[in-house]
Design a protein. Structure first.
Lengths: 608, 555
């Protein structure tokens, strides 16, 4: 059930904290040992007292020490174990981050979705539960269980065997029953629960539509049906956990019975003194406490090991990025030269980009257009060094004609040379200022202002009460779509790279905002070496060259005016989008002819 | 957090019955615990002091087997009943919640609330498992068993009884005290922890951006620092949180030790016999066991109780002032005014003001409008000027904060809203489709309508996807434009005399728009239509055009 590789991974992660973890196990065992010792010595004390001996001081002292020890030791154990678990978790976080960082962004694949990343975070938390709630109780159970069996076995071997059997039944059968019940429930309940929550979401999302069309009743009926089904399944699963509870209870009772059955004849035959009988029978009362956390530990174990498996797999994510070299950026103003670039995403059957050539000399702007899936984002990813070319070259050429391959550039120099505003540019849950400073940590106030000004955002920021220190919210949720894109643009401008890449800067905004954004963007990038990737054609007349991509290949390229006047893919795309724009463009300036105006004049409200 | 929310019993009938069962089982458990202790004490004492063998003790041994079997059976019953009840209560609460939410209506349920409620109705309610299946049974036992133990001890050995009677109440008292002292601090720490965890996720989500600016390696130290901060914050919280269990365990074991020593000493003095001493020794720890169990499951229960509390808060939301519910009440007062036929009825907004959710600035400010029966009224307005609010008023989703919506002179609020809506067709600005075929979505209102009628109306609405196409959850699988046309077909199918159409040609290419414009006059004839649009083609179909400027003032 448990992959040994996962176990190794966990042990490796926990190794630096081995002293603390062992300490916790010892403390935990000692705490439980106190509880068992308390009952055992108390039983002995009482039995021995019945013989009315002169002194009992030692036994009394033992009982008192055990009485205090349990609480104190347990408290220490919990602190030590949690400290160790947090330390392991800190290391795991760093390790996970490093794995993801090496793969990001091109190698992350499906992980890029927020839900899966959130699962990574909770998987790291599950490692903590695995240590504290699963492995530790198991270790404590083994140590104290062994000690109890030994103690009773020394007094009367047969009694030791009885306790051993009882503990094994309670410690293995009951957790197995719980685990089996939970597994069965997960398999049958999960689909039912999924169907139910789907209906709930539909109902809540569409409540206006359903109410207006008088269909809420049908949805509520469906919900009732699904809920009934789910409830029936859950109630069936109750049998499993019930059996587990019964097994634990019965194991303890029968163990005590067994102790009587072997102990009473032993007393009669004189093999043990009568004083010991109470110890044999009553010790299990405390010893069986060690099995109580085991069913839960089993559940945490299976859940935690699944999490470990997923975390371990992160190390095997593809690392498609161009490895960094050692060369600095060439001297002087830089040109970008791309020759025969072919690039393929990790695991893809075919390259997403074939044999692309491109020369971007200082101050020029090139637009790359095409439908989605044409290879535009692949180009940007490759230019950023996140996806190593399968063949071909990406070079930065200085004014002296000296060129350096992107792969040979030192990592920091690469960022200095090429920076991007990508369509999935992330805004961190912090202030406007912090999000900007990411691009250049040492930027001055006036540089921040200038970047915002170029992105046409400065006036908007100026109206905010906290200005640059305004928080943007999670993923920039407190800003509108247009503001988010402008902030990302300002950030890219602040980085002030030799070559600026803009990847679909108008993604995720409405049409009117997109138009305004595009206009401002083309002004802001005037005279800047820029590669603009977009599917919007409006306003592209001002760039120096347009490259049309389809299916990862260049199907047309040239100056904007030239392309518009040639019958070809670009002209066809342009006409299509212009037709759509016309329908829209007349909206703001629409005139309602007087003939259409109200014959019946609506009652105007006098304004107060 | 209270250990028990009385509203749980008021709202969840299954919970009420369960509490009875649990108490019954608890009483039986307590009896069996005492019986088991008495049998063990008797047998040990008889074997030790009176030298009895197995044969002589066959009777008590047989009884012990029965007691063990009964305890195992009760353990099964407790667990089984608790799980079943928990499932039943969850179902009951979920149903109550969703029925009530539907009654509160779409306006109450806007925006993020629907997401929160969806989580509450699924995962939130599921958290009640921890409460019903684990915590509550132990809480009941914690109330019963100490009483039974104290009773037994009083009869057997008053001194020991005194120790138990004094310490057992101390445990909850101390726990509450520790809880009160540490509550605020723990809340604050909890917030810090949440923030730190969120920060880690934020960094992971922004990895691509960090890498693009060459800042991703630098984050490793940051993450290490954050994790360290989190460790220290957590530990200082836990040092307090573990205090309560420390007090519990210390008191429990210390008092057992005190009882044992006391009994031993009295035994030496001859004040007590061995059987009684053993009975006391076995019974005393049982008084603390359920308390410890309840404390162990306390945290699991808190989450469930919090979720239940949220459900009750929603259930206690008075429907009044929300719109729909007011009308429900009035409807019963007025025994349901007859719904006027909108085809002939004059519909009028009379000096209507609707306030925004912040209750400060108005969405509509003293607006008066008239919709002539059987004619098409165009509504033109910049975004945010309250067009959707006007449609919401006509649907009865929105109630005016002042003024009235009049249908043939009757206040809409006095009419039977459900019957009224039967006569209103609606294409919302952002229509929602549901899992199922396109045809099913079109006949949402009239599931019994035959395929040929659906096909005809789909053709008229320029739906260009196969009607048998199976849509995914929330209508996944068609574009926004197609979604709109399917919703248009849905609105038109109802044959409702009053049609409310919000931008019916949005997101549609020019040819399709032309086709729609050609069919509209035929479809709209004879109906009262409110058409929200800014397209010249559609406005040409209108007999009247009303412009709203900002804040819903007719211009």
């Amino acid at each position: 059930m448990i992959d040994t590789k996962d176990l190794w991974w966990l042990l490796r992660a926990a190794r630096p904290e081995v002293v603390r973890l062992l300490g916790a196990a010892v403390l935990g065992s000692a705490a439980l040992g106190c509880a068992i010792g308390l009952v055992a010595t108390a039983a002995w004390l009482v039995s021995r007292a019945a013989e009315q001996p002169p002194v009992l001081a030692l036994a009394i002292a033992c009982v008192r020490v055990f009485g205090v020890g349990r609480g104190v030791l347990r408290y220490c154990e919990r602190l030590v174990s949690h400290d160790a678990a947090f330390r392991v978790m800190a290391r795991t976080r760093v390790a996970v981050y490093e794995d993801l960082e090496r793969a990001a962004p091109a190698g992350l694949g499906r992980l890029r979705g927020g839900d899966l990343l959130a699962r990574v975070v909770s998987d790291v938390d599950a490692v903590q539960d695995l240590l504290v709630r699963s492995l530790l109780p198991v270790a404590v159970a083994l140590i104290t269980g062994g000690a109890s069996v030994l103690l009773i076995g020394v007094l009367l071997p047969a009694a030791g065997v009885v306790v051993l059997i009882g503990l094994l039944v309670a410690g293995l059968v009951a957790p197995a029953a719980v685990l089996a019940a939970a597994g069965r429930a997960d398999r049958s309940l999960a689909p039912a629960r999924g169907a139910l929550s789907e209906t709930v979401v539909e109902l809540l999302n569409g409540v206006a539509d359903l109410t207006a069309h008088r269909a809420t009743g049908r949805w509520l009926d469906r919900l009732d049906r699904q809920d009934r089904e789910l409830t029936a399944l859950a109630q069936r699963a109750a049998t499993g956990t019930g059996i587990a509870a019964a097994v634990s209870t019965a194991a303890l009772g029968l163990t005590m019975l067994g102790e009587l059955l072997v102990g009473i004849p032993a007393v009669q035959s004189g093999r043990i003194s009568g004083v010991v009988l109470a110890v044999l029978v009553l010790t299990p009362l405390a010893a069986f406490e060690l099995t109580a956390p085991l069913p839960l530990a089993a559940q945490h174990l299976s859940r935690g090991m699944r999490a470990v498996g997923r975390l371990r797999a992160l190390a095997d994510l593809p690392r498609p990025a161009t490895p960094g070299g050692h060369l600095p950026v060439p001297f002087g103003s830089l040109s970008l030269e791309v020759r025969g670039l072919t690039a393929r995403w990790p695991g893809a059957a075919a390259p997403a980009l074939h044999d692309l050539d491109l020369t971007l000399t200082p101050g020029r702007r090139i637009a790359v257009v095409g439908e989605s899936g044409a290879g535009k984002s692949t180009l940007v990813t490759a230019l950023l060094g996140f996806l190593a070319p399968e063949s071909g070259q990406i070079r930065l050429v200085g004014s002296g004609g000296f060129g350096v391959d992107l792969a040979d550039l030192e990592d920091g120099a690469r960022r200095q040379a090429i920076a991007a505003c990508t369509q999935d540019a992330h805004l961190f849950d912090s202030t406007i200022r912090h999000n900007l400073l990411l691009a250049r940590p040492d930027a001055t106030e006036s540089e921040l202002a200038e970047a915002l000004q170029k992105a046409r955002m400065w006036r908007w920021v100026g109206r905010l009460p906290s200005r640059l220190d305004t928080p943007v919210g999670e993923r920039g949720v407190r800003l509108s779509g247009g503001e988010r894109q402008r902030l990302a643009l300002a950030r890219a401008l602040l980085a002030d790279p030799a070559v600026l890449l803009l990847d679909e800067p108008t993604a995720h905004v409405d049409e009117a905002t997109a138009d305004a954004l595009m206009r401002d963007l083309l002004v802001a990038t005037q005279g800047r070496t820029t590669l603009l990737v977009t599917h919007r054609l409006a306003g592209l007349g001002v760039v120096d060259e347009i490259i049309v991509l389809a299916g990862g290949r260049v199907i047309q390229r040239g100056a904007p005016t030239e392309l518009i006047h040639t019958d070809g893919p670009y002209r066809r795309m342009w006409l299509r989008s212009a037709a759509k724009d016309n329908v829209r463009a007349d909206a703001p300036t629409m005139q309602i002819s007087s003939a259409l105006l109200t014959r019946h004049s609506p009652l105007a409200t006098p304004e107060l | 957090m209270r250990p028990f929310d009385p509203r749980l019993l008021r709202h969840a009938r299954a919970g009420r019955a369960h509490l009875g069962t649990t108490v019954g089982i608890g009483i039986a458990q307590a009896g069996l615990v005492l019986a088991q202790a008495a049998l063990l004490a008797t047998m040990i004492s008889a074997a030790f002091l009176d030298d009895r063998g197995l044969a002589a003790l066959a009777g008590p041994l047989g009884l012990l087997v029965l007691v063990v079997a009964a305890r195992a059976g009760l353990a099964f019953a407790t667990e089984w009943a608790a799980q079943r009840t928990s499932a039943a209560v969850k179902k009951e609460l979920r149903q109550l919640l969703l029925h009530h939410v539907v009654r509160l209506g779409p306006r109450w349920l806007s925006g993020e609330r629907s997401g929160e409620l969806a989580t509450l109705a699924s995962r939130g309610v599921d958290a009640l498992d921890g409460y019903f299946a684990r915590y509550l049974p132990q809480l009941v036992l914690a109330g019963l068993i100490p009483l039974a133990v104290a009773g037994t001890l009083l009869a057997a050995d008053q001194t020991s009884a005194l120790v138990v009677i004094l310490t057992v109440p101390l445990i909850p008292a101390f726990m509450v005290l520790v809880g009160v002292v540490s509550r605020r601090r723990m809340d604050r720490q909890w917030t810090t922890l949440q923030a730190l965890a969120h920060h880690f996720l934020d960094i992971l989500s922004g990895l691509g951006t960090l890498k693009a600016f060459g800042r991703s390696r630098a984050q490793v130290t940051m993450i290490r620092k954050l994790a360290d901060q989190q460790r220290r914050a957590s530990l200082s919280t836990l040092r307090l949180a573990f205090l309560s269990s420390f007090v519990l365990e210390l008191l429990a074991t210390l008092s057992v030790a005190m009882v044992a020593v006391g009994v031993g000493l009295r035994l030496v003095d001859g004040q007590l016999d061995l059987r009684t001493a053993l009975l006391v020794l076995i019974v005393a720890p049982e008084a603390y066991l359920p308390l410890r169990q309840a404390a162990a499951h306390y945290h699991a229960s808190v989450e469930g109780l919090a979720a239940a509390g949220q459900v009750f808060d929603v259930l206690e939301q008075d429907a009044a002032g929300v719109g729909q519910g007011t009308t429900d009440r009035r409807r019963s007062d007025h025994a349901g005014g007859p719904a006027a036929d909108p085809r002939s009825a004059l519909i009028r907004l009379d000096d209507v003001t609707v306030l925004g959710s912040d209750r400060a600035h108005p969405l509509l400010d003293r607006l008066s409008l008239e919709f002539t029966p059987g004619q098409v009224t165009g509504l033109v307005a910049p975004s945010g000027a309250g067009k959707s609010t006007v449609l919401g008023l006509l649907l009865g989703f929105v109630t005016p904060d002042s003024g009235r919506v009049l249908v043939n002179g009757h206040d809409l609020a006095d009419l039977d809203l459900d019957a009224w809506r039967a006569r209103v067709g609606w294409l919302p600005q952002d229509p929602v489709l549901f899992a199922g075929t396109v045809a099913d979505n079109i006949r949402l209102r009239h599931p019994q309508v035959d395929d040929s009628t659906v096909a005809a109306i789909a053709r008229a609405a320029a739906v260009d996807v196969p009607l048998t196409l199976e849509l995914g959850e929330r209508g996944y699988g068609v574009s926004a434009g197609q979604r709109r046309r399917i919703a248009l077909a849905r609105a038109l199918l109802s044959d409702a005399p009053l049609l409310l159409l919000d931008e019916p040609t949005e997101g549609v290419d020019p040819e399709t728009e032309a086709a729609l414009l050609a069919t509209f006059p035929r479809l709209l004839v004879g109906r009262t239509v409110v058409l929200v649009t800014h397209r010249p083609g559609l406005l040409r179909l209108c007999q009247h055009v009303v412009r709203l400027d900002h804040v819903g003032v007719a211009a």
